[in-house]
Write a protein that binds this ligand. Sequence first.
Ligand code: ATP
Ligand code: MG
Length: 1030
Amino acid sequence: MNPYRVLPIFTPEKVEEYRNRNFYELSPHIYALADEAYRSLRDQDKDQCILITGESGAGKTEASKLVMSYVAAVCGKGQEVNKVKEQLLQSNPVLEAFGNAKTVRNDNSSRFGKYMDIEFDFKGDPLGGVISNYLLEKSRVVKQPRGERNFHIFYQLLSGASDDTLKKLKLDRDFSKYNYLSLDSAVVNGLDDAANFRTVKNAMQIVGFMEDEVQSVLELVAAVLKLGDIEFKPESRCNGTDESRIKDKNDLKEMCELLGIEQSVLERAFSYRTVEARLEKVSTTLNVAQAYYARDALAKNLYSRLFSWLVTRINESIKAQTKARHKVMGVLDIYGFEIFEDGDNSFEQFIINYCNEKLQQIFIELTLREEQEEYVREGIEWTNIEYFNNAIICDLIENHQNGILAMLDEECLRPGTVTDETFLDKLNTICAEHQHFESRLSKNSKFLTDHSLPHNCFRIQHYAGKVLYRVEGFVDKNNDLLYRDLSQAMYKANHSLIKQLFPEGNPAKVNLKRPPTAGFQFRASVGTLMKNLQTKNPNYIRCIKPNDKKASHIFTDSLVCHQVRYLGLMENVRVRRAGYAFRQAYEPCLERYKMLCKRTWPHWRGPAREGVEVLMADLPVPAEEFSFGRSKIFIRNPRTLFFLEERRRQCLQDLATLIQKIYRGWKCRSHFLLLKKSQIVVAAWYRRYAQEKKYQKIKSATTVVQSYTRGWQARKLLRELKYQKRCEEAVTTISAFWHGTQVRREYRKFFRANAGKKIYDFTIQRIMQKYFLGLKSTMPSMSPIDKSWPARPYRFLDGVHRELPRIFHLWRCKKYRSQFTEEKKAVYEEKLEASEIFKDKKALYPSSVSQPFKGDYLEISKNPKYQKLNSAVDEKVLLADVVNKINRANGKGTARIFLLTKKSVVLADQKTGQVKASVPLPDLASVSVSTQSDGFFALRLKEGSASAVKGDFLLSSEHLIEIITKLHRTGATAADSEQLNVDISDEFLVQFKHDKVCVKFIQGAPKNGNSVSCKRKNNRLLEVSVPTTA
Ligand SMILES: Nc1ncnc2c1ncn2[C@@H]1O[C@H](COP(=O)(O)OP(=O)(O)OP(=O)(O)O)[C@@H](O)[C@H]1O
Ligand SMILES: [Mg+2]
């Protein structure tokens, strides 16, 4: 029952309350039915259909949405599933905007029939859906009955679209600007067109319409509005006929711009009509009425085709993506039975009511007739319940030979003048006898006086009441004619959607055949729908309208009573009460419930019926609750069925547990067996490994023991062999020794006496030899002063070692001497003599060693200065030098030339060369010198000699050593002279003429410097200070 107000019984809590609950448990509710249908679809794999019937405004559309929302709430969830659900639900607002309108009976009346198949997978998750639409009431586009509106979308677009959109669509927000929009009920209470427009746009987006598709759809809607504003005016032609002209081309222009049609093409299509016969084409002009007819036909076609395209487009989006087998739940929401009280019912109402008639028929067929017939057929005791079968009315309408639709088609196709009146005449003739057909002029003239029945009308007694139809427009609407010029003009449009909508306008595909009539098409699609519904498990929602005022809290008894009656609900209840709630063939019943009885579970071998009997007998179900038919079991109460179902559910749970138990047992056992098998394999491998290891150990131990034993044996053998060998060797040795002893004993007498000396000599000889040979390479140098000598290797060589260096030195010296010349020899002899005289006696000596004795320092023979002197000396000069003659008076020196010859010493003046004194060598007694480094020497003359008269000479010379040495030598070699004495002392006496003066040499003080100074101290003392030699 339509409450006409929002009741708090469609909340999520209610969904939960009804979810998975048995049908009879809770109070009746759409959710209970939806749940039942959904569960039997999911659990029993039966396709379902939900048939929603009732008058217009009874609440069918709302009920269908409730069913869908319930199913959406209880089925599976997930991203993909939710998307499908959302798309399915959002298809409703789109279709309602384009296919619903406000009527006098319902502010949101469905003006099309809708059947929606929702597809589910085996889990009960929605996969997609398919929508079928049935004949849109398109006449509404161009004209609406009083108090009604055009389709919602027109008002929604003008109220809800932004200014910008409207500008693009070249529309004005003012409804009054558009001829196709009735003004008297443009605004409906409680209907917010602007908000609904947003809802529709959003829904289109969710369903999957592209931005440009939405735009195209709106352009078409705008084009329809524009089309309504094109008006025509008559223009008389010269041949007397009227021709139409477009009044104001502005609207036409804007419409053409919207649809991308060339204005001239459309203009021409509104002015002419081309009729094509087989070979010829005839163009006739259209008068104003025809032009208006053409315009409206175009508007209707445009809109209805757009609607069909929308359904196809939605189907594309909501199509199930998988090809897998699916289950289907169909929801049928068709326009409700409709009567205009003032008899203004037309072709549309006829079609709508025919459809409802068919639905009532299917309901009766399945619930009343079929069920009762079944009881009889199955042999169940049954008292027949009478009911009204509307098959006769259906037949009146759809009969192929003389049904009203067939008549209409025949009339439309008939050549000649065809009008609505000729159609009515035909009906009057053919259907006159039909008890549900009434007409003023029908043959049986039963209604000749019935003034409620106008002449241009016929009346049908529908199951829901009598409806008076005005025949006006029946033929045209059935023909649904659109001039080909117009469809071709549409096809030429530069607008993708328009082009698609008018495929017959394609000049390449000109089809001269008449298209099927609207009535024919509808009858065919209703036929298909009925067949489809019969294949599914039906569920009925019968909507009842409480009042005609669309108001809540008003319950018009008569109206409700009428509905209950014509819907056959009373009969239905009676059949239900007397009959059985559930029936099922024995096989599937046994299959379904066999687990409830031990005897039928798991297999029943006998006939199925017996099985079911055994099963039912076993269960605590009273016998009156079920009956056995010929092929089916009948269960009276849903309660019993639900009891069975509940038991089955429990049983299935137990069975599931059993299966689980067995499966788990099997799984564990197989796992155990696998483990055992694996354990054996592992153990075998391990044992093998352990034995192998043990064997290896024993083997290696055996080898060790063996090797030790063998070693021990070998060593023992070796010992024996060695012993044997040693014994043999010992014998040999003993015998050798013995023989040796023997031989030595025999030969001792031959070599013992001198062997030792010989060996000794030999050894010594060898050692000596080695020593001398070694000496060859280690000999010291040939220098006579070299004192080195290699060490002796043996002590016994001591003597040799002492002797050899001496001999070597002598020999070395001899060698050295032998290189000297005679002069050099003499020089060395002199040096030797000097050494003998002065060495270690006079401090001056060491410094003279290195100076060679030159002798003639003055080169007296060569120097002409000394020629005279040289000549005065007849002997060879051995030494010539300048000396200082010390003056005895002051100790100072006077330079004198000192000459030595073989016979005498001559002193001469250095400058003149005059001989001052000449002393023959034999007169010299001795020579005195100091021990120090001075060059003073005194020549002491022999007393009594001739030279001694002048006294001794105290001289000093730089070549003192040479002078003295030569003097000494010369004196020695002179035959007649004695050896000259050389006195070396630091104090000696010198005889000056008469006096003897003592010459004393002292170490010089430092202040005297380095030079030798001689001072007369007193008469008898000359002191010579000699610097200390460092
Ligand atoms: N369950 C409900 N709760 C509240 N209001 C409801 C309910 N069902 C229907 N109505 C009201 O009744 C109006 C008409 O309902 P609905 O459009 O479903 O009728 P219908 O049977 O589909 O009519 P038609 O045959 O004309 O399409 C709705 O607009 C709504 O206001
Ligand atoms: Mg509806």
